[in-house]
Design a protein around this ligand. Structure first.
Ligand SMILES: O=P(O)(O)OC[C@H]1O[C@H](O[C@H]2O[C@H](CO)[C@@H](O)[C@H](O)[C@H]2O)[C@H](O)[C@@H](O)[C@@H]1O
Length: 246
């Protein structure tokens, strides 16, 4: 783990390198500041247009790789006209909306019911997604320890995977992660043959950074979290916007 203050900031010049570059961008904590609840994020009204313009600069090689469901990203951004992966890589789509790779189904109904029950009994916010579900502990951190025990037991019983994040514990299908999303995109046009840069702030982004390394690229860590796989660091989403001229 490297503390972010020991990592240099990425130079804008590296975005204009000789060979083609791809950008894989996490959303919460990377493109938008973390907020008290998933719905209270501030997303600039022209963000989707700015992302589309960024993708144009990179000949389409820009993708959003988020823990949020794509439908939720679109609720905040409006129609997203760039490649994106939702629910931690469960659902990958090209810029023209075509599915890439296999998309797992929804979590079993019993799992969703038990998550809903845990949320109600423990005064924890819940977020259902087409391919997963999350328990949010930002407003009630004391419930997080029990939440993890609960999620791990449920994951074991139903062969699911637990994802940790900032004040959040999520359940998704086994095998879904941001490394898989990067690999899927890197096997398709226009990403294939490029050097990927993965930019993210959270523990699930480490998978994406690791996968970027497999293709000769690197990770950029955002914020204060120490990183295993980042080569560079930026302090906050505003610094990401500045670096990318977004
Ligand atoms: O992979 P990301 O795009 O970073 O998504 C990760 C999770 O982000 C959201 O939760 C986080 O952001 C919220 C708003 O700032 C914050 O209130 C929460 O505590 C964070 O965990 C989103 O709600 C999740 O679905 C994503 O998986």
């Amino acid at each position: 783990m490297t503390m972010p203050d020991l990592l240099p900031p990425p130079d804008p010049v590296m975005l204009a390198a000789d060979g083609p570059i791809s950008l894989f961008l996490d959303f919460d904590g990377t493109l938008v500041d973390i907020a008290a609840t998933p719905d209270s994020i501030h997303v600039p009204a022209d963000m989707a247009l700015r992302l589309a313009a960024l993708a144009e600069r990179f000949d389409g090689r820009v993708a959003l790789i988020s823990g949020r469901a794509i439908i939720d990203l679109e609720r905040h951004l409006g129609p997203v006209e760039i490649a994106c992966a939702g629910s931690h890589g469960s659902d990958c789509r090209s810029a023209d909306g075509l599915s890439i790779g296999d998309t797992p189904g929804a979590l079993p109904a019993e799992v969703l019911e038990r998550i809903a029950m845990f949320a109600a009994e423990n005064d924890v916010a819940r977020e259902d997604k087409p391919h997963g579900a999350a328990l949010h502990f930002r407003a009630n951190p004391s419930a997080e320890e029990n939440g993890l025990i609960f999620a791990q037991a449920l994951a074991g019983k139903y062969d699911l995977q637990v994802k940790r994040g900032k004040c959040v514990i999520e359940l998704v299908a086994r095998g879904a992660d941001k490394a898989g999303a990067v690999r899927s995109f890197m096997q398709t046009a226009p990403f294939g043959g490029s050097r990927p840069i993965f930019v993210g702030d959270d523990v699930t982004d480490e998978d994406g950074m690791r996968a970027a390394g497999e293709f000769g690229g690197f990770g950029v860590a955002v914020g204060e979290r120490p990183s295993d796989h980042a080569k560079y660091a930026l302090a906050c989403p505003a610094a990401v916007h500045h670096w990318l001229d977004l």
